[in-house]
Design a protein around this ligand. Sequence first.
Ligand SMILES: Cc1cc2nc3c(=O)[nH]c(=O)nc-3n(C[C@H](O)[C@H](O)[C@H](O)COP(=O)(O)OP(=O)(O)OC[C@H]3O[C@@H](n4cnc5c(N)ncnc54)[C@H](O)[C@@H]3O)c2cc1C
Length: 618
Amino acid sequence: MSVGEALRNSSNHSNTTEGVTTNTTKSDIKTSHNVAVSTEIKDEIAHSTKTDTALEQRLKCDYLVVGAGTTGMSFVDTILTENSKATIILVDKNNNPGGHWTKAYDFVQLHQPSCTYGVNSLPLGKNRFGRERWDLDDRASKSEILNYYQTVLEKFQATGRVRSFFGATYEYNECRNVHTIRFGTRGSTGDADKDSMNTMNTKRTAITVEITCRKVVTSGASIITPSMREPLIPVHETIASNFVPVNEVTSRIASGRYKKYIIFGNGKTSIDAITHMLGDNDIDPSQITWITSREAWFLVTEPFRVVHKSMRTIANRVLSSKSVKETFLGLEKDGLMARIDDSLDTFPEVFRRASVNRKQLEQVRFIKNIVRLGKATSIGPHTIHLERGSLDFSVPDTLLVDCMVDNSYGYASFDNSFQTFEPNRINLGPLFGFLNISLSAAIVAFLECSFGDTTRNGETEETILRKQNDCCWLLTGDCACSPESLVGMLYMEAKYTEALMKTVPGAIKFLMQSRLNMNAPMHHKHGTLKLLWNMIGPPQLYKFPQKLIQKVESGGYTDIDHCFGAETHHHAVNESVATKTSSSMLVANEEHNTARINKINNFHNTGKSYETLVLSCN
Ligand SMILES: Cc1cc2nc3c(=O)[nH]c(=O)nc-3n(C[C@H](O)[C@H](O)[C@H](O)COP(=O)(O)OP(=O)(O)OC[C@H]3O[C@@H](n4cnc5c(N)ncnc54)[C@H](O)[C@@H]3O)c2cc1C
């Protein structure tokens, strides 16, 4: 259906969407929080005097960006800055920008300082002496983040090059190669997914319109927080109302109905819930039982107050250790890494890059009722069934709190075949390097603007895509949730920075001037001097990337037998060679090493220096 048809149908109050005949009214199309656009769209439908061509022009853009979360917003922002002409349509199922933050619990805060989160062109952190300084205590709350993204959206709209549609669902029809957005009626739940389902069920879906775009940009992170889903395990109907997502903790405590609380989950969300209960709500530690299926590592925030120093410590540990295990135990001694119970013999196999401060650690260590019987499998009327046992609880005075977040905040959604740049499509989502999702999306946009135009240099689209993907070193696959991801992130950081600097003019300037880059001089006292001191002064940090690359690629960790997926997807050069490289990583004899060097040289194909290759033999 063309735009014109869709809009005409909508004004006839009847419309066929994907084979479903639907009744529609003009008021069904809502883009709450974006009054200007809402009115505009309704006007377009109402004013049937406009020609189809004019309407179609209005739904044509260079980039159709799906998702107004952190990655989509950061991508749009950099495109607008780096490309003075590009037009963008931004679409989101939710009613507001901010992605998963719109569904977060009220007491959530950024894990990192605000100064490096969000978009490049607008500060989120507090302004001190005209600068957004690195400040661990300045971490935006949920409402601050949501207000920020609303302001960013308004800034986008003021350019006249961005049109945004909220409460609208993007769909791609592969057979017809057609991009559509569907405007659904908003139900009472305020939840886009549930509302879409409701509208489908009641056959009140509004209209579907086609979007013509040069490229579609999507984020594949698929972040699902407890409030966005049904319980992950079967819950007996009699206690269903006692099993609540973390978002409900505050109001349930205020009801005064509960004497005991059982927390499900071993990540940052459960730590936030527990510290909120103990610190802000005067719950006694003895009232809390904590079900942790697996032990996890946490980054301790305080040492990161002096970020260069803590990065130096990490670099030293990563280079001097023979294994990931040794690295983590060393960092634990250094005070940069922690586990909830350090008296346990087992080495935690989970690292989701969540951070805690020392006060939070102290607080959660007051909890003595910790249940380590594996994952919960179901909840009966009085009993929680776990993989290795069960736990009884009293009804109705026990609140069961769902803090289970899978998948390392979506970062493990991507397998090793993931490519950022594809024909007519850009895929956002995974991290470039060390803890910097906002910067990652900005870099993708920067690459798009640096290489994007295939006609400019007479290069084929294939060549451009290869050049772009060659700069994208991303942490993908299962390792995203395990301790080895620490090495992986640093390895990817070294690789992407090297690739950008070698091949993209202006990349150093872009990185050094990006507020999303935690190393950018603007965030630090004596910024440039400090950076230079750390890089070329006694700490010699400029050597770290090459040394790490060499170590990872020469099988320098006894417990890592791969190159974080780089060997199988990167450069799409010689998959069979690369796969062999990965599987034989741990074999260390001279003949093998020589062969490996040749293979690595082949698949990287980026002019790696002779010196580096020789070093990787040792
Ligand atoms: C509690 C919590 C705290 C975190 N803290 C930090 C932190 O301090 N620092 C950090 O770096 N990271 C943090 N993360 C992770 C980080 O915030 C996320 O990785 C990042 O926000 C992901 O952004 P995104 O845009 O990819 O995804 P999302 O935020 O999930 O946004 C995706 C958007 O796309 C929309 N969408 C999807 N499909 C469609 C469709 N078909 N049609 C229309 N719209 C669609 C969704 O509605 C959604 O709004 C945290 C995560 C959580 C859960």
